[in-house]
Write a protein that binds this ligand. Structure first.
Ligand SMILES: [Zn+2]
Length: 238
């Protein structure tokens, strides 16, 4: 019996070794919910739907690489921010997935599909945010920078306008090169018990960028870059 047991142990060990080394656990938060779906895109699509598509893609890529994931808020019913943080408990990293707008005064009307919508083609690109009130700031920043760097490598560009006092909201840069800003009071980041970051994938009030963000190949590439960044920063690459 002893030998059988140790054979089993050996088999179990080999099985564990065949898995990615130290697979991480990532909480992927779908920004907003059905009743308050966030930004309305240039063609009238709610941000929540963009966030859900991309969050699912990010989840698929991370799972395929052997990481554990939880998708938070996918049913569109998660109004309570506290529930999001609680649902993420125990994860190594919290990533909140969003799509961006611009300041109200830069939006102009246009007609799409017979309906009046609002757009601005002034700004485009991704941005990342971390909070200095999050207990895991150092790793949050490292992950945000690594995701920004991976996106740049795949030819995406940081928007940078959030740091501008006129065009944006004067958010200080945490890592300008990689499009990372401080957004200290952002509740979903400061209340997270683990390293946390918020990712604005692109500006969907920009008509060309909305088209790009709606392309499943682009979504897939963004998801790959996000996963590359996460693996680099958590130092848990296979
Ligand atoms: Zn949002």
């Amino acid at each position: 019996m002893g030998t059988v047991k140790s054979d089993r142990l050996l088999a179990l060990l080999l099985c564990v070794l065949a898995q990615p080394v130290l697979a991480a656990s990532i909480a992927i938060d779908v920004g907003h919910y059905s009743e308050e779906p966030g930004v309305i895109s240039a063609r009238g699509r709610p941000e929540f739907e963009f966030n859900l598509d991309l969050a699912r893609e990010i989840e698929a890529v991370l799972r395929a690489r052997g990481h554990a994931t939880r998708l938070i808020g996918a049913d569109g019913g998660m109004k309570d921010l506290g529930r999001r943080s609680r649902a993420a408990q125990g994860a190594d990293l919290f990533v909140s997935v969003h799509h961006d707008s611009v300041r109200e005064k830069y939006l102009a009307p246009w007609v799409h599909d017979g309906g009046e919508q609002r757009y601005s083609d002034m700004f485009s690109g991704f941005s990342l945010f971390v909070s200095r009130e999050n207990a895991g700031l150092k790793r949050s920043l490292r992950c945000a920078s690594a995701i920004g760097a991976a996106l740049k490598k795949a030819d995406f560009r940081p928007s940078l306008y959030h740091a501008d006092p006129v065009f944006g909201e004067n958010r200080p840069f945490a890592d300008k090169d990689n499009g990372v800003h401080y957004f200290d009071h952002l509740a979903v980041l400061r209340h997270a018990d683990m390293p946390a970051l918020l990712f604005e994938a692109g500006v969907v009030v920009n008509r060309a960028e909305e088209t790009k963000m709606s392309d499943s190949k682009v979504q897939k590439q963004i998801a790959i870059s996000v996963a590359d960044g996460i693996e680099a920063c958590l130092n848990k690459r296979r």
